[in-house]
Design a protein around this ligand. Structure first.
Ligand code: NAP
Length: 293
């Protein structure tokens, strides 16, 4: 049985590590704020809480990471390095740029450590329910040995190419997510403005050609002006900037991206974000009332 250690017990990483534990695959966890690791160990039997990423790396064959952004990943990799053994595998589930994934892959290869960039999609709900989709790039041989690990929290996992391919795929995913969030936020703001019955509209929109994950999972809470669970706007803004540089490299002109970049920058500036990107409806409501700059 493969041994794993998980670094980054945030909204995504916490539930993912929980599934690894439930499948008998988790040896140790580490989190920057130590209280989260201690709480996790209290709730999950026989999980070690080593003092540092390096100490965790020395204990396991596979190290899984899920932290916020590029520099955070670089920091974790630097902290892991003293403990990494040749033949180990590092899997990154954070969303970072394809260039960062390639840089880390090359850096770890000098230590004979395999790297798999493996960003996920499916939201906090997907992490909790073990229904994530894993988009992977990097070491194909290591990927082929990770089926049991991905099966613990995934419903689909695919290898898409060399290091960075998983992150490129995730950038495409985020472009689509941003477009859907724009459309649903505008549509629901117009529903409110028209005074249409909300329960009926959610049922009818969700059951027809306008139905999608975002509307299904966030529609009701958006109309209730509640944004307590999910995907922080600052994280999507980070992803959209990654997407922007990728599309620039391709000389691809997007009409979705500039609007979304502008909207989330404005939402964050106004401090109206809550914990989820569905707070975008607050901006759209303001626009409909003609109160936005
Ligand atoms: P989160 O709840 O904010 O958790 C971030 C985690 O990263 C925390 O454990 C945090 O530690 C750790 N961290 C941040 N900077 C660090 C550093 N410099 N060194 C060590 N640890 C650090 O974020 P999340 O929602 O779980 O997202 C994590 C990643 O998954 C992001 O790349 C995000 O884009 C991606 N993602 C998120 C979703 C979603 O719906 N939330 C969906 C798909 C992908 P502390 O506890 O000490 O702050």
């Amino acid at each position: 049985m493969i041994t794993t250690g998980f670094i980054g017990l945030g909204a995504m990483g916490g539930p993912m590590a929980g599934h690894l534990h439930d499948n008998g695959l988790l040896t140790a966890v580490w989190n920057r704020s130590g209280d989260k690791a201690e709480a996790f160990a209290r709730e999950h039997e026989r999980v070690e809480t080593p003092e540092s990423p390096a100490a965790l790396a020395a204990m396991v064959e596979v190290i899984l990471v899920c932290v916020s952004a590029d520099d955070d990943l670089r920091q974790v990799i630097a902290d892991l390095e003293p403990g990494l053994k040749p033949g180990a595998v590092v899997v990154d589930h954070s969303t970072v740029s394809p260039a960062t994934a390639r840089e880390i892959s090359e850096r770890l290869a000098t230590r004979d450590v395999a790297f798999v960039d493996a960003p996920v999609t499916g939201g906090v709900e997907g992490a909790k329910n073990g229904q994530l989709a894993v988009m992977a790039g990097g070491d194909a041989d290591a990927f082929s040995r990770l089926g049991n690990v991905f099966a613990a929290y995934g419903k689909a996992w695919r290898h898409l190419g060399p290091a960075g391919a998983g992150q490129s795929a995730k950038a495409v995913n985020q472009l689509i997510v941003a477009g859907i969030a724009e459309a649903v936020s505008e549509g629901l703001a117009v529903v409110e403005k028209l005074g249409l019955p909300q329960d009926e509209m959610l049922e009818l929109l969700g059951g027809g050609a306008a139905g999608n994950w975002f509307l299904e999972k966030r529609g009701r809470t958006m109309l209730a002006d509640s944004f307590e669970t999910g995907f922080a706007p600052k994280l999507l803004l980070k992803d959209l900037k990654i997407c922007a540089s990728l599309l620039e490299e391709l000389s691809f002109e997007s009409s979705v991206l500039p609007n979304a970049l502008d909207d989330y920058a404005r939402l964050i500036e106004r401090g109206e974000t809550g914990k989820d990107i569905s707070a975008l409806i607050r901006l759209k409501r303001g626009r409909l009332k003609g109160t936005m700059p």
